[in-house]
Design a protein around this ligand. Sequence first.
Ligand SMILES: Nc1ncnc2c1ncn2[C@@H]1O[C@H](COP(=O)(O)OP(=O)(O)OP(=O)(O)O)[C@@H](O)[C@H]1O
Length: 305
Amino acid sequence: MGEPRSGRPADRRLIVNPVSGEADHVETVHRLAALHQFPVVETERSGHAVDLAKQAAAEGVDMLAVCGGDGTVHEVIQGLFAVDALDTVTLCVVPAGTENIIAEDLGIDGLGEGFEVATGGERRRLDLGVANDEPFVMSAVAGLPAEVSDATTGGLKQRFGSAAFLIGGLKAGQTFDGLDVTVDARGGGDEVVWTDEALAVVVGNLRRFGTAGGHANAEDGLLDVEIIEQMPGTALRDAIEGRLLGRECSHIRTFETTRLGIDSLVSEPIRFSLDGEIRTFETVQFGIVPQALTVRVGSAYTPVP
Ligand SMILES: Nc1ncnc2c1ncn2[C@@H]1O[C@H](COP(=O)(O)OP(=O)(O)OP(=O)(O)O)[C@@H](O)[C@H]1O
């Protein structure tokens, strides 16, 4: 239980979302938490994990585990970021959600492994993306992929795994109008200025960008950006097949940057999914805080996918 950072035993706490996933994890989590000496607090409403994370930091907790899905992990990071506690708190993820993409990217599979990693996993420092003033660890996605989540059924996911997104993309692409945007990356890294209609803009930080199928390194100080240009249906199918087969596609522009601005060219704001949570922006500035988040990772984790 010794924690090298402060030279004294860590003050531990576990924030549990009891309604994540199938909501059948609570009893097991309490048992495992007692075994591993994590006092438990449960969320009582949406957004509560933000406050509980702030409270944990204020009370001197320096090992904070979060049990839930990507949304709950996102809320806890939001809370720690808001009170500037990322330097003093190590985050641990115990997956209990529906998708658990963040946990999977951190090499953590299941409740039992979550607790093992929380008590003995390697510590890494990961970059955090920031959209205006909200942090994200995995990705910020606007356009088709956000729509695709609706079009991608559980059955497809079971049969095709992450490729289900691409199949769902074909369905959603038939009805999605596109995003009229200007994308301006002239801060650090690749310089790109692009104005047109996009099917999607994906800003990725962690290994797998949500369901969008992209890849990033969360330890390189850079955001990985993909602009998927509007294209006719047949080209979309080719692009999706190309992505499945790992081929380059002329309609997908990829670059790395430390800063990025995206402006809507129409009166409608742009709907973004930040680590799976929906936000709307008329204009958004993205940045990155290198190595901001200290997190325990499983043995399957590697920074580069
Ligand atoms: N006690 C609660 N009652 C109702 N909603 C809650 C409660 N606690 C948290 N929430 C909300 O539950 C939502 C879903 O949580 P979470 O992301 O952990 O699970 P999930 O959606 O099943 O998993 P994933 O995001 O990995 O697909 C979050 O938006 C959170 O704000």
